[in-house]
Structure formats: C-alpha cells, structure tokens
Design a protein around this ligand. Structure first.
Ligand code: SF4
Length: 359
C-alpha cells in the first residue's frame, strides 16, 4: 500500500535496514550505560517488547568499557551513540557493538575520522549520521537563514560526503526536528539525493500521550511516503512504551504485525457492560501473545457482532451474557461473569495453534 523509497540494504548485526527489508523497530536505553546490570536488564526488556536494534549512549570511557559485558549478555544488535570523541567510537567497536551513531563532521581531524571508518569497515559496522535541527553547523545555519529543512539536508550531505570520500557506504541517516513539517520536508529533500536507508522518528516528542500522538502522526506521514526504513519513537516515558508505540504505528498502518491487534469499541449509550475494565483486562492478558492475531471486544449486540466477526477472536457483549466468534463463526454464548476469561482462553488457544503452524 505504501511504496518504499529504493535504498541500499545496510546490515546491523543480523538485522537488515533498508533494501526493501521489513521496517525495523529501534529503541534506546535510558539507563546509565556504566551500570551494566541495569542496562542489560533494560536491553532484555526492550528485546521482549519487540525492539530489533538497541542504541546505548556512550558518553565516556567507563560507558565504552561496559559495552563488552552488555554485548555478551544480550542478543539484539547494539549501536553505540557517540558524540565527538573518536576514541570512544573505537573502544565501542572493539567491545563488539554492531553499529555506531556518530557524525563524522564532528569527530575532528581527518586522521581520526579515517581511524573510526577503518575500524567500522573492518567489522562491517554501519555508521548512522544523525542530524538534529538543534545542533546544525554555524555556516549551514547562516546560509539557510536558520534551522530549516534545507539546512538539515545540507548538513547530512556534508557528513555523507566525508564517509563516501573514505569509500565507506554502510550509512544510515536520520534528520530530526521536533516539529513534523520540518522533519518531513528534510527527509523529502534528502531522499532525492542519496540511496542510504533512513532512520525515522520525531525527536523529543514529549510525554506518553501527546508524544505518542505526535510520533504517530509524523511517522505515518513518513511511512506513507516510503521514507522510513527503521523507526524510533522518543518519549519521556519508559523505553518499552516507546517500542510498544512504534509497533502500534506499524501495525495500525498495516506495515508490520506483531502480537495482538486489539480492537475495542469506544462504547456508547447502548453499551451493556463495564467496557473500560473488560477491555483493559483482555488487552493485558493477550499482550503476551507474539503471533499476529486480531482480538475484538464490542460493547453491545447491536453493532458488536459485525466487528466481532471480522476479528480472529471476537466478543460481542450483551446484558448478562455475550457471544464469542472465532474467524467469523459463532462459537458459543457465555455468561456475563465468564466473558473475559473465555475470550482470553480462545485467543490463547488460537495463538498456540498459529505458533504451532509456524514452528
Ligand atoms: Fe455502542 Fe455497541 Fe458500537 Fe460499542 S459496539 S460503540 S456499545 S453501538
């Protein structure tokens, strides 16, 4: 439905970004990277939540030293996020990370850049260029008259050329502004100039609810134009929530599926049950399902059965009882007190059958 921009494939550990590969969900840890135990625990939680690549901030030598142990104790490809200091980039690669996020134009002398590029190339580790509207070069800002989309694209191209001159092409690019129109415009501008995959997201989006809405709106536009190869949602909220929101966006657009696509009606004056409590309970219980499955919970027997029938497993609640559907067929009527349990049991049963099929 959404044609992708043609990009070259860039492998990050065992995960391919771009080149038509499925859009990858990324996350970033929020722990102090020097705290190995807390960081490993967070990476594992993110893996469980569905993160396919995890980035860690590496602000100093101690953080770089911690990477070796973190790498050994986790499975997901790891990316070291480094600003300026090329020694940290070298140490991170040495520790076994699968990629870097560093802007070559900020590393300093050409020799330092060359050293980092050589070490990355030897290990097949890609470099993501991350342009942020808040930290553009002074001359770029002056020429463009501010932190415009043109300025962001120009800054990215400048970093790209540095890597290309060293014959390095394992590149991904992100262009982040905290407002959607500028972000979208910057990606559009750069899309016509390079074939490197794009890492997309709306940066500093805010707290859980407004940030999720803003991220979803921005990502939807980028995804609809085929401008995203990997996505990260940034929220002032636990990192697992960011991953969950990213998956919801991809799932809602029909771009990727993971776990349950949960449908529940908004309720209205026809509703016969405590829908908020029922939906919350069912959503939580089916949240551990990993195979794609649509589960619907509807609040009445007027409009409910239609929607419930379209789901893999659906419930239409009535007064004192409800009806459960499986793939469009009426399974049985269940008493009001058993509706949630029986729906959950049917969903888990179908999920087990599906995962058995895929085994
Ligand atoms: Fe109202 Fe029934 Fe529609 Fe829910 S399914 S919104 S209760 S009409």
């Amino acid at each position: 439905m959404f044609p992708r921009r043609r990009t070259r494939p860039v492998p990050v550990g065992g995960v391919v970004v771009g080149g038509g590969a499925p859009i990858v969900v990324q996350a970033m840890t929020k722990t102090d990277t020097r705290d190995i135990r807390a960081t490993v625990a967070e990476v594992r939680r993110l893996e469980k939540a569905g993160a396919e690549i995890v980035r860690l901030a590496v602000p100093d030598r101690a953080a770089a030293s911690a990477l070796r142990a973190i790498r050994k104790k986790t499975r997901t490809p790891l990316i070291a996020d480094i600003h300026f200091d090329h020694r940290l980039a070298l140490a991170a690669l040495e520790a076994g990370v699968d990629g870097l996020r560093i802007n070559p134009g900020n590393i300093g002398s050409r020799d330092k850049v060359r050293e980092v590029v050589r070490a990355a190339a030897e290990r097949g580790a890609p470099i993501r260029i991350g342009v942020n509207s808040g930290s553009l070069e002074k001359d770029v800002l002056a020429r463009a008259g501010g932190a415009t989309a043109e300025a962001m694209a120009e800054s990215a191209l400048r970093h790209v050329r540095i890597l290309e001159e060293l014959d390095f092409r394992l590149i991904k690019i992100s262009l982040k502004a905290s407002d959607i129109p500028r972000t979208l415009e910057a990606y559009r501008l750069l899309a016509g100039k390079v074939d490197y995959p794009f890492h997309a997201g709306i940066t500093e989006a805010g707290r859980l609810l407004p940030g999720s809405v803003k991220s979803a709106a921005g990502l939807a536009l980028l995804l609809a134009e085929g401008l995203a190869d990997t996505v990260r949602v940034s929220l002032t909220a636990p990192a697992e929530k960011e991953v969950a929101v990213a998956w919801q966006v991809l799932q809602g657009l029909g771009v990727r599926a993971r776990g349950v696509n949960f449908i529940s009606c908004p309720t209205c004056g026809r509703c016969e049950v405590d829908m908020m409590a029922l939906a919350a309970r069912v959503e939580k219980a089916v949240g551990r399902i990993r195979v794609p499955l649509t589960v619907a919970v509807m609040g009445c027997t007027v409009n409910g059965p239609g929607e419930a029938k379209e789901a893999d497993i659906g419930l239409a609640c009535g007064r004192g009882s409800g009806v459960i559907f499986r793939k469009g067929k009426l399974l049985r009527r269940v008493p009001g007190g058993r509706m949630a349990d029986e729906l959950i049991a049917e969903a888990l049963k179908l999920a087990a059958e599906r995962s058995g099929e895929g085994a």
